[in-house]
Ligand binder design. Sequence first.
Ligand SMILES: [Zn+2]
Length: 204
Amino acid sequence: MPIQFQCASCGQPIEVDDEHAGKVAACPFCRHVVTVPAATTLPAATVSARPAGGLAPVWAQTPPVGGVLPPVPAAVPSPTTLTLANLALVCAVVMLVCYAVTFTVVARVAGPALQRAIAEDAPSNEQIRAFEAALKNAPEMAWIGVLSLGGTAVALVGLVLAVLSLRRHRALARAWVALVLCAAPPLCMCSGLLMNVAGGPGGG
Ligand SMILES: [Zn+2]
């Protein structure tokens, strides 16, 4: 008489021959390692509702004498997943360096004009134009523009890599760090653009 039981992980009904009682097997639905109970634990109606076929578990091993089950290894991220997460982190660091250099140069080039604009609660259009002019006339701005754009592009790449890595392994801390770091600048930039569109200074 077959043994019918429920997977402890995914809850799917599993049916096996009673000769496998007490053995350890991988769930055919979710691959979680389950132990076959000595007798059926499911009402027959539950099991008869499932489609037939494809339910035979892949037998992993029988438990050692004494009935102590071997520890089930925790899910480990694959090398590919780790590589994706590491690349995402590298992107985050490159992006941070790009922005750090950009802000440093902008502060040096347009520092006085920026300070005059910040000193006011509501800087006048004239002060903002002075700040913009100071930036425009600086020879550094040619490569600074490329650098900040490059930083944003790298952040977007890192964002994609972090998401890909997290889809494979959700508990990977470094992928989450990369995700947060890489998501911040594009989000800030989008909200900044929206605010400019909504009611920017100058008005054309
Ligand atoms: Zn399962």
